[in-house]
Design a protein around this ligand. Structure first.
Ligand SMILES: [Zn+2]
Length: 111
């Protein structure tokens, strides 16, 4: 007999797929990693990542729409950061697992 199981609700599955799509990008992953550490404005991020501000604004807007980053206005400048614990946990687990695999090690289950 089949064991009882749970399914992911359709709307949550759709949003999860969207989130993994957002993570599937070098710039956005680096952005998330930076914004976990400190808040930055577009000019600062543009310098650090060496990408055009137009492209950067587009990426930030996508991340903001899906509540991955938050923003704070200071005068004319907008500062971005990440304060969502789920995103921080996800990134920590993702990078830790990537480290295991990249270094040819097995996972010890620690984060
Ligand atoms: Zn692992």
């Amino acid at each position: 007999m089949m064991q009882p199981y749970k399914e992911i609700p359709a709307d949550e599955l759709d949003e999860s797929i969207m989130l993994t799509k957002l993570l599937n990008n070098r710039i956005r992953l680096q952005l998330i990693y930076l914004l976990e550490q400190h808040e930055y404005n577009v000019t600062e991020l543009s310098k650090i990542l060496d990408i055009e501000q137009t492209n950067l604004s587009h990426q930030l807007s996508l991340l903001k729409t899906h509540q991955i980053i938050s923003q704070r206005r200071e005068g004319k400048l907008m500062y971005y950061r990440i304060d969502d614990p789920h995103i921080i946990e996800t990134m920590t687990a993702l990078l830790q697992h990537a480290k295991h695999v990249a270094h040819g090690k097995t996972c010890d289950g620690k984060i």
